[in-house]
Design a protein around this ligand. Structure first.
Ligand code: FAD
Ligand code: FES
Length: 302
């Protein structure tokens, strides 16, 4: 059981959690994720580790409520706990001194890109960050990303804040201005990452994307997360989630991610009719461990 120690909304439906998970906090590297399960009837979902504090034994997750499990999670707060949290999973981001690195975060992708952008800065790169959102309310982590970037460019689709337009327009201008760019890292909706790949492809600029394929175990045992690349099928949970954008078959990825759409909307509909039932399940699943502090102490020692 993993107690939630802090929780706050950063934007509508986007919540930041600080969770006690000392072993994960000690080992995680930028680019890795966890798989969690909220209660013993719950599904397993992948979430990126946005930050960690090994001394305090905590990890930070930033969650966008898009369906049943993420909306249920976003109803929890301090005093609640998460039943299972497995990690760190995935191959860490490849970080070295590349030179100039452009980091692009679309929507919630800003939260997923943040740890790698920070690691790139610490490795001595000149970091140019481009953060895009649909509107002003949805711009997240602007101050945090600004603090670890040499340059920060913000866009909103509707022009309600900063520059109007898509992140790809800013990237195209940077490329056309003749700036030397050694690496582009893009994280966000699949179609955005595909558009970034097409923007950098003609110039041969190395581009890395973090793929959000459907996952189950997250440890390489099922292939539910497989993505097609020019080098064949790869499992995003172990070979990724970061891949060379110019090698990805994005059309197949989009199609695979839509496989369970009707089940997902049905399960969300049923959840919203009676969210209390699932909230009770979360609290019931974790109750035994709350009531037996020695179980928690043992979990922390191991
Ligand atoms: C490696 C990895 C890291 C991730 N990190 C984060 C994170 O830090 N924060 C965060 O909020 N989300 C993250 N995601 C996405 C998150 O796992 C999904 O949003 C979540 O599983 C949805 O579960 P649900 O039951 O709430 O919604 P569902 O009912 O499963 O889905 C609702 C809607 O979201 C879409 N969806 C479902 N799964 C995904 C997915 N994996 N990617 C894109 N769209 C999806 C569905 O097509 C549907 O439209 C990550 C995904 C991966 C693979
Ligand atoms: S989620 Fe099962 S192999 Fe990746």
């Amino acid at each position: 059981m993993f107690p939630i120690v802090e929780a706050e909304f950063l934007a509508p439906d986007v919540k930041r959690f600080v969770i006690e998970a000392p072993r994960v906090a000690r080992k995680r590297k930028a680019g890795q994720f966890v798989i969690l399960r909220l209660h013993d009837h719950g599904e397993r979902i992948p979430l990126t580790i946005a930050d960690s504090d090994p001394d305090r034994g905590t990890v930070t997750l930033i969650v966008q409520g898009v369906g049943k499990t993420t909306k249920l999670l976003n109803m929890l707060g301090p005093g609640d706990a998460i039943l299972d949290l497995v990690g760190p999973l995935g191959t860490p981001s490849h970080v070295e001194a590349f030179g100039t690195v452009v980091v692009i975060g679309g929507g919630l992708g800003a939260a997923i890109a943040y740890p790698t952008a920070k690691a790139m800065k610490e490795a001595g790169n000149h970091v140019v960050s481009i953060v895009g959102a649909r509107n002003k309310e949805l711009v997240i982590l602007e101050a945090e990303i600004g603090a670890i970037s040499d340059e920060l460019l913000v866009t909103t689709d509707d022009g309600s804040y900063a520059r109007k337009g898509f992140v790809t327009e800013v990237l195209r201008e940077l490329i056309e201005s003749g700036r030397a760019i050694d690496l582009v890292l893009a994280i966000g909706p699949t179609r955005m990452m595909q558009a970034v790949a097409e923007t950098t492809r003609p110039k041969g600029i190395k581009t890395v994307v973090s793929l959000n394929s459907l996952m189950v175990d997250g440890t390489g045992m099922c292939g539910g997360c497989r993505v097609l690349t020019t080098a064949g099928a790869r499992f995003a949970c172990v070979d990724g989630p970061e891949f060379d954008a110019h090698e990805i078959d994005f059309e197949t990825l989009v199609r695979r991610n839509r496989t369970y759409l009707s089940n997902e909307s049905e399960s969300l509909r049923r959840f919203l009719e009676d969210p209390e039932r699932d909230l009770d399940r979360v609290r019931e699943s974790c109750r035994l461990e709350w009531e037996h502090p020695e179980v928690r102490a043992e979990a922390r020692r191991s």
